[in-house]
Write a protein that binds this ligand. Structure first.
Ligand SMILES: [Zn+2]
Length: 173
């Protein structure tokens, strides 16, 4: 989903994709850019000024202690998350939006901006009924979902035994 006309190049080949604004990398880039521009931040201390070591959990840790750079990076990310979610709400009118992955660690900082963007940018009727929740699986949501898909496939075909060859390719007898 394109959100920025002349935004950052995305690995998919497009520019200004939603992912370029809300991924872990985008959060880290916001914090690093602020620090490189001279802002004082606990994030820099946490990585001993080696900014290539900045991670989302460290930014969340700094935000929990009131670090303005970390709070700003997360608030801006929440805004773009909310704008993208508002677009999806307008297209699909879901009852529930669940977000997981590493960014769910930052949910207390992201949710207010997400709710605000949904309130101002999605259709009134949808924005009043939509629920936005954080996955109970937190940062493991994607891995657990992947495992669930594999298990579902195996269990739905119990007579099929999968085995891997030396190169890791799965085949059936
Ligand atoms: Zn893209």
């Amino acid at each position: 989903m394109t959100l920025m006309l002349d935004g950052e190049p995305c690995h998919c080949g497009n520019r200004g994709c939603w992912e370029t604004l809300v991924s872990q990398g985008a959060v880290i880039k916001r914090a690093r850019k602020a620090i490189e521009s001279g802002a004082s931040s606990q994030v820099s201390d946490l990585v001993e000024h080696r900014l290539e070591r900045v991670t989302v959990p460290l930014i969340v840790q700094a935000a929990e202690e009131g670090d303005p750079v970390a709070l700003q990076a997360l608030q801006e990310t929440g805004l773009y998350l909310g704008i993208g979610i508002a677009n999806l709400i307008n297209a699909f009118n879901p009852e529930l939006v669940v977000f997981g992955g590493v960014l769910s660690l930052a949910s207390p900082f992201l949710l207010p901006a997400i709710q605000q963007a949904i309130g101002s940018r999605s259709l009134a009727q949808s924005s009043q009924t939509i629920r936005v929740e954080v996955s109970t699986h937190g940062r493991d949501a994607c891995v657990i979902g992947c495992i669930a898909l594999v298990l579902h496939d195996i269990l739905s075909q119990p007579t099929l035994t999968l085995r891997a060859d030396a190169e890791g390719r799965l085949s059936s007898p």
